[in-house]
Design a protein around this ligand. Structure first.
Ligand code: UFG
Length: 338
């Protein structure tokens, strides 16, 4: 099977590419490199011994993207491409709606034209919105998102449901990610944010490497076990495995499945700091800061459906996630930019 990964040079895309190649698939990556580096492709080849075919393409550019479908017999599309920074989406909502929705629509149109029937979508736990009960279960209503980024995920999910209702051949899996961290154990690929990281683990690893002075913990007065925010952190390699199983499932079924990819366990910011310190024997200095706008106190997945439908469950624990995140950062202090 030939899998097209849009945004395949990004953090989750690159790890997923490795798992697809290791599972015997042929992979084509389409990425405009707006938030990733070409070196990723070399690293994927170093890990797997196989070089994925690569197109430097903005997948909302229909003419350019069509070339991929003309030149390759694609069996399934895994659609990662999209802008993903929550704060930026509040500052530039139109850019987010235009880019994220356009690229999904373009892929769907091309799939229809070229008879491709499996679509795996990078969705997010953020679609459950601010008022959902925890744990988040797939059958819950979605919406009430707190930022334009989250709304683009919610809207694309709806577009996909409508597209599948009108095309009985289409198979859609909406993978709702919780908080992906960690890195490939080789230390050759990992998360490489530009500028000062927004997310917790890249921030911690840059404190560990001395690039940043101390971690700011956003709030310690939430109604959680230690007052700091609680999330469901999942190893990016577990997440990647979920995509391979989703593509296998999609090739044999029709219709739409929403599936959480999380561990089902919530850890606080201080739990993560402690786990990182223990896993790597490095002290992480931190200071308590005010709450960050838009943050929810606590959420984690009900992870049962992924087991029932895909036969998937997360295998790697928090310590492994912290060890692998540090292994990547330590070996690549400037990310791919060396
Ligand atoms: N945090 C800190 N200090 C930091 C960074 C984060 O204390 O410097 C805290 C946050 O307040 C939160 C937790 O660490 O409690 C996790 O924050 P992240 O920024 O790592 O992740 P979020 O849960 O805020 O966001 C993630 C994804 C988004 C997605 C969102 C909802 O990064 O893309 O989950 O699914 F929208």
């Amino acid at each position: 099977m030939n899998i097209l990964l849009t945004g395949g040079a990004g953090f989750i895309g690159s790890h997923t590419c490795v798992e697809f190649i290791n599972s015997g698939y042929d992979v084509v990556i389409a990425d405009d490199l707006s938030n990733s580096k070409p070196k990723v492709i070399d690293r994927i080849e170093e890990i797997t011994g196989k070089r994925p075919k690569f197109y430097k393409v903005d997948v909302s550019d229909r003419l350019a993207a069509e070339q991929i479908f003309k030149e390759n017999k694609i069996d399934a599309v895994v659609h990662f491409a999209g802008y993903k920074a929550v704060g930026e989406s509040c500052a530039k909502p139109l850019m987010y709606y235009r880019n994220n929705i356009d690229s999904a629509l373009t892929m769907l149109e091309l799939m229809e034209e070229y008879g491709v029937n499996s679509f795996i979508f990078s969705s997010s736990a953020t679609v459950y919105g601010a008022d959902a009960d925890i744990p988040y279960v797939e059958g819950m209503p979605t919406g009430g998102c707190t930022n334009p980024y989250g709304w683009t995920k919610h809207m694309i999910e709806q577009i996909l449901r409508d597209a599948a209702a009108a095309n009985e051949k289409l198979s859609v899996i909406l993978l709702r990610y919780f908080n992906p961290i960690g890195a490939h154990p080789s230390g050759k690929i990992g998360e490489d944010p530009s500028g000062i990281p927004n997310n917790l683990l890249p921030y911690i690893t840059q404190v560990a490497s001395g690039r940043l002075k101390e971690l700011g913990v956003f709030g310690n007065d939430y109604d959680t076990h230690d007052g700091t925010g609680v999330r469901d952190y999942i190893h990016v390699c577990d997440l990647a495995d979920g995509h391979v199983l989703a593509a296998e499932y999609a090739s044999k079924h029709r219709g739409v499945e929403e599936i959480n990819l999380g561990t089902g366990v919530g850890y606080s910011v201080l739990d993560v700091v402690n786990a990182f310190e223990q896993a790597n024997d490095i002290k992480i200095p931190y200071v308590i800061k005010p709450r960050r706008d838009g943050d929810l106190p606590e959420y984690y997945a009900d992870a049962k459906k992924a087991g029932e439908v895909l036969g998937w469950s997360a295998k790697r624990d928090l310590k492994t996630m912290c060890r692998d995140s540090w292994n990547w950062q330590k070996n690549n202090p400037n990310g791919y930019g060396d």
